[in-house]
Design a protein around this ligand. Structure first.
Ligand SMILES: [Zn+2]
Length: 150
């Protein structure tokens, strides 16, 4: 797994804008966002995709993704959110380490995978500042889902 970019981000060998982390997942900002605030929920453990990830880690990661989707809609005024994972290159998977996209949609007609741009530091820091006050919602969601928060 030495060449896996997400493993390197998890271990800190490679830099990323980290939004949240616990013992099971790391959440970062996508370097090539589809929309402002595009997040990736990455399992600490290396799996190729949803097809070989442990059920527990899949459910845990989707719980974190769901909590983030709620934060965007309930607190940060997103009009919609996509929560999606791509499994296999025909599905558009580009990094072969299981991850879930959380893509807030800020306006009607904003749905597209096509228009990705390069994240800049200013936007990244603003997004992190926006989400930070609500990160406790993740813990609440996980506890309600029956996970012991680690
Ligand atoms: Zn990996």
């Amino acid at each position: 797994m030495g060449n896996c970019v997400f493993c390197n981000i998890v271990t800190g060998k490679e830099e990323a804008f980290r939004v949240y982390e616990d013992n099971s997942v790391v959440v970062i900002l996508d370097k090539y966002p589809v929309s402002r605030g595009h997040l990736l929920v990455i399992t600490r453990k290396h799996y190729e995709s949803i097809h070989d990830a442990s059920p527990k880690d899949v459910i845990y990661a989707f719980s974190v993704a769901s909590a983030l989707a709620r934060i965007y809609r309930n607190y940060l005024n997103a009009k919609g959110v996509n929560v999606v994972t791509n499994s296999g290159s025909p599905a558009g998977q580009m990094v072969f380490h299981f991850h879930i996209h959380v893509i807030p949609r800020w306006h009607e007609g904003g749905f597209s995978w096509g228009h990705r741009y390069i994240l800049d530091d200013k936007e990244a820091n603003e997004v992190i500042k926006d989400i930070k006050p609500y990160l406790n919602e993740i813990k609440k969601f996980l506890l309600e889902a029956g996970f012991s928060w680690r």
